[in-house]
Design a protein around this ligand. Structure first.
Ligand code: AMP
Length: 281
C-alpha cells in the first residue's frame, strides 16, 4: 500500500491507478470503517482511503485536539484489507496558509448536526470537495451512521454536477446494537452500557413503524422515552430522508436521528424507515 502525504504524491499514484474507489475518514479506524473499505475493494480496481482529522469541521469547544489518532494501527488495517493507497495529508497540505475558499451547503446542512454544530458542514463540504478534486474517484463511500453528512454530500454532488458516484453504506453495529464510532473510545464501561439505550430507542421506533405507526410525534416520543436513559439527549428528529425537514404529518418514509451526550462523548445514530439506503440519491 502506498502512503501519500502530499497532494503531489497522491496525484502521482492516481495517474497510474485506473478506476478508483475512495473512502474519506478521520482515522481511528474500527470494524465499521473496515467494512466500507472491504466493500470498496470488491467494487474497484484500486481503493484510496484518506485519513484526515479536519480542523474546520470542529467547533472551538469540540474534541479536535483529543480526537483519537492512531496512524500506525490505521495503516496496518488498511494494508490488511487491500487498500492500494492511504492519503494522510497534514493540516498545512489541506489548508495552505492564506486558504480562503469554502463550499457552503444549503438548507439541508442547516438542520440537526448543522444547527448543533455551526460551520460543521461547511468544513465537511470543503474538505470532501477538495479530496474529490485530488483523488478524482469513480465512486466514493459514505456511511449511513452520519446520515445528514451523506445527504449533504449527495446534494453537493448533484448541485455541482461532480463526476463521482456516492455509495451509501449501512451502519455497522456491535452485536448488542451500539453503532460503531471512533468516539466510543471515550466511553467507560458504564457509559457504554447506558449508550445502548440510543439504538434501543431507535429500534423500538423502527418496530412501531413496521407495525404501522406513522405519527411523527409518537415515533419521536418512543425514541425519547428510551434513549433519554443514555444521557443528555440533544435532539431526536423525525424527518424527511431527502430534505431532513422535520415531519409534521404521517409519511411513508422517515429518518429518525438523534444526538446525545454520554459522559464526555457526543454520540449520533439514526434509522431509516420506509425506504432503502440504496434508493437515496
Ligand atoms: P469518520 O472517520 O468517523 O469521519 O467516518 C468516516 C466514514 O465512515 C463516514 O462516511 C462515516 O459515516 C463512516 N462510518 C463511521 N462509522 C460507521 C459505522 N459504524 N457504520 C458505517 N459507516 C460508518
Amino acid at each position: 500500500m502506498e502512503v501519500c502525504r502530499t497532494v503531489a504524491e497522491l496525484r502521482a499514484w492516481r495517474r497510474a491507478a485506473g478506476d478508483v474507489g475512495f473512502f474519506p475518514t478521520m482515522g481511528a479506524l474500527h470494524a465499521g470503517h473496515r467494512d466500507l473499505v472491504e466493500r470498496a475493494v470488491r467494487d474497484s480496481e484500486a481503493v484510496c482511503v484518506s485519513i484526515f482529522v479536519n480542523p474546520t469541521q470542529f467547533g472551538p469547544h469540540e474534541d479536535y485536539r483529543t480526537y483519537p489518532r492512531d496512524e500506525e494501527a490505521d495503516l496496518r488495517l488498511l494494508a490488511g484489507v487491500g487498500a492500494a493507497a492511504a492519503f494522510v495529508p497534514s493540516v498545512e497540505e489541506m489548508h495552505p496558509p492564506g486558504d480562503q475558499t469554502r463550499v457552503v451547503p444549503g438548507t439541508i446542512a442547516s438542520r440537526l448536526e448543522g444547527a448543533a454544530r455551526p460551520g460543521h458542514f461547511t468544513g465537511v463540504a470543503t474538505v470532501v470537495t477538495k479530496l474529490f478534486e485530488i483523488v478524482r474517484p469513480t465512486r466514493a463511500y459514505f456511511g449511513q451512521k452520519d446520515f445528514q453528512q451523506l445527504r449533504v454530500i449527495q446534494t453537493i454532488v448533484r448541485d455541482l454536477a461532480m463526476d463521482v458516484r456516492i455509495v451509501p453504506c449501512a451502519t455497522v453495529r456491535d452485536g448488542d446494537g451500539l453503532a460503531l464510532s471512533s468516539r466510543n473510545a471515550y466511553l467507560s464501561a458504564d457509559e457504554r452500557r447506558r449508550a445502548l439505550c440510543l439504538s434501543r430507542g431507535l429500534f423500538a421506533a423502527r418496530d412501531a413503524f413496521a407495525a404501522g405507526e406513522r405519527d411523527p410525534a409518537r415515533l419521536r416520543r418512543i425514541v425519547e422515552g428510551i434513549a433519554s436513559e443514555a444521557g443528555r439527549l440533544e435532539y431526536v428528529s423525525v424527518a424527511d430522508p431527502m430534505t431532513l425537514a422535520e415531519l409534521d404529518a404521517p409519511a411513508e418514509s422517515a429518518v429518525i436521528s438523534l444526538a446525545c451526550r454520554v459522559g464526555r462523548a457526543r454520540l449520533i445514530d439514526n434509522v431509516l424507515l420506509g425506504m432503502d439506503l440504496a434508493d437515496l440519491s
